[in-house]
Design a protein around this ligand. Structure first.
Ligand code: ZN
Ligand code: ZN
Length: 391
């Protein structure tokens, strides 16, 4: 449990994680980090087993705490019932499987080795089995490590189900810096979404009286600034830069756990990104990397805020947006210079994504502000044109 007292209306924040290690050689310290566990059930897929799992398994075995290993096929794109079912079914020790009358002991910890599907699936399995879990990250690609929900593919669409937050995050920079380059860009792109997310949160505070924590918001902005300042060195796979991104995920993830809601990690840019993702999933296509969708949606929402800044007569709103304008300009510059790959390249899908985002989630963001002021449709069309011109 990580906790501290705060000046916001909650007075005190606490989060279930017990610790984290974001450093070079973190994998070697797993036995020390997991010192309270004796029977570790490791879950990986073929890819993550190759990049980290085999080593983790060896270390667990040598320290006498390996209970069982499950290596899933490498082609699972989103967690589904079958994948989660396999994790649950294989949790028992192999020797106990042949005789159902025999006592089948369970592990005392699930250790996910992976960043996307494996992590999301293990989180749900952990929740359903009332077993704690920890994660060994294999790519700095998305901000969901500490999320309390998991996306599940079900009935041809994607929905979010309740899951557990990890006890430990183990992020070995030697592993992470070798991740595919587009995954690294996705990771930093996911962090850029915090700028629009924080502005949406401030907007909700001032226009609906929603709960807001100044400290957590400031911490998230500070972590995002670090990513932006050092991000250009991602091209050289600079470990320090990868560390900034992982620490950013940690700050936003803990922020979600501290406040019990996802405001510290996401705003309208995530809702738009999810809309685009749903179009792909429902059409039977594999979705793009989450962080790349979020990054493009961030550029789109930033355009809407920039337009509002120019045109609104609400001086308080102008003041609020003004603080974020330099961030938006810096993100746009980064995306152009680093050739951030766009995910949605046709105007029609950009527009449809914004319209769907408005009804996808009942959360006050700039989209609700525009709707309430009769500006939504006009801004959707103009922002889509502006984004197309920038891509
Ligand atoms: Zn607070
Ligand atoms: Zn995200």
């Amino acid at each position: 449990m990580i906790e501290f007292s705060c000046t916001c209306s909650m007075g005190r924040h606490a989060a279930p994680p017990e610790g984290y290690d974001i450093s070079s050689g973190a994998i070697e310290r797993i036995p020390a980090i997991l010192k309270n566990y004796k029977k570790v059930y490791m879950v990986a897929d073929e890819n993550t087993y190759r990049v980290a799992g085999a080593r983790v398994e060896k270390i667990l075995r040598e320290n006498g705490i390996l209970f069982n290993t499950l290596v899933l096929d490498g082609d699972v794109i989103l967690p589904n019932a079958e994948t989660i079912g396999k994790i649950v079914l294989n949790a028992n020790h192999l020797s106990a499987k042949s005789n159902i009358f025999e006592y089948s002991p369970l592990p005392d910890l699930i250790l996910a080795v992976g960043s996307g599907t494996i992590n999301d699936s293990c989180r749900v399995a952990s929740y359903r089995m009332h077993l704690p879990y920890a994660v060994v990250a294999t790519a700095p690609s998305m901000d969901g490590y500490f999320s309390a929900g998991s996306p599940i593919l079900h009935d041809g669409t994607k929905s979010t189900v309740q899951a557990t937050t990890p006890k430990y995050l183990i992020a070995d920079l030697d592993v992470l810096k070798e991740a595919p380059y587009d995954m690294m860009l996705a990771g930093i792109g996911d962090m850029f979404g915090k700028y629009t997310g924080m502005l949406d949160w401030e907007l909700a505070r001032d226009y609906t009286g929603e709960y807001f924590c100044k400290k957590i918001c400031a911490d998230v902005i500070e972590a995002t600034d670090k990513c932006l300042a050092n991000g250009y060195r991602l091209a050289e796979r600079d470990p320090e830069c990868v560390k900034n991104v992982m620490e950013g995920f940690l700050v936003t993830g803990l922020g979600m756990a501290y406040t019990g809601n996802s405001r510290p990690a996401s705003g309208s840019e995530h809702i738009v990104a999810h809309s685009w993702e749903l179009f792909d999933v429902e059409a039977g296509h594999p979705p793009h990397l989450h962080g790349l969708e979020v990054c493009e949606a961030t550029r789109l929402i930033a355009i809407m805020y920039e337009m509002l800044y120019e045109e609104t007569e609400d001086m308080h709103l102008r003041e609020l947006i003004a603080k974020y304008l330099p961030y938006f300009a810096a993100v746009e510059k980064f995306c152009v210079k680093m050739k951030m790959p766009p995910t949605v390249t046709d105007r029609e899908t950009v527009v449809a994504g914004l319209r769907r985002a408005l009804i996808l989630r009942d959360r006050y963001t700039v989209l609700f502000y525009l709707r309430d002021h009769g500006l939504f449709e006009k801004y959707v069309e103009r922002a889509a044109d502006a984004l197309m011109a920038r891509l």
